[in-house]
Design a protein around this ligand. Structure first.
Ligand code: SF4
Length: 133
């Protein structure tokens, strides 16, 4: 099913890349956040990531139209600190009242990215996409 969010035409099968929570260089790699994420959007520095882990995605259409197996591994987004995969972060929408990574971080390094603000509706749509709802 296709639909329109915030003026943009999106396909429910297409990777969503916007995000609101990032991990800053203040991260001490304590690993408190990673097990708390309901979407498995958080990975340690240097670790490969994929869409399938923690979601019900089987295939994903990338922004260039290429369809990939959701098990396909991608290179780490950061080799210095833990990182959040933009396409998999929903700010915990649908699971918790607040971002759980930010709630447990001892150094408050999981913060909103002012350059990429998502609406509640966009986050709900991303959560439904990730979990096949
Ligand atoms: Fe995961 Fe929630 Fe943190 Fe996003 S805000 S990375 S969904 S724990």
């Amino acid at each position: 099913m296709d639909f329109v969010i915030g003026g943009y035409f999106l396909c429910t099968q297409t990777m969503r890349t916007r995000m609101a929570i990032i991990i800053t260089s203040e991260c001490i790699s304590c690993n408190a956040c990673e097990p708390e994420c309901p979407n498995t959007a958080i990975y340690e520095e240097g670790a490969e990531w994929n869409f399938a882990k923690g979601t019900s995605l089987k295939e994903v259409e990338l922004e260039d139209g290429v369809v990939i197996n959701a098990e396909k591994l991608f290179p780490a987004i950061s080799n210095e600190v833990f990182y959040i995969v933009p396409s998999k972060c929903t700010e915990c929408t649908g699971f918790h009242e607040e971002p759980q990574c930010a709630a447990v971080c001892p150094v408050d390094c999981c913060v909103p990215d002012p350059d990429y603000v998502e609406t509640k509706e966009e986050l709900e749509a991303k959560k439904a996409w990730l979990h096949g709802e």
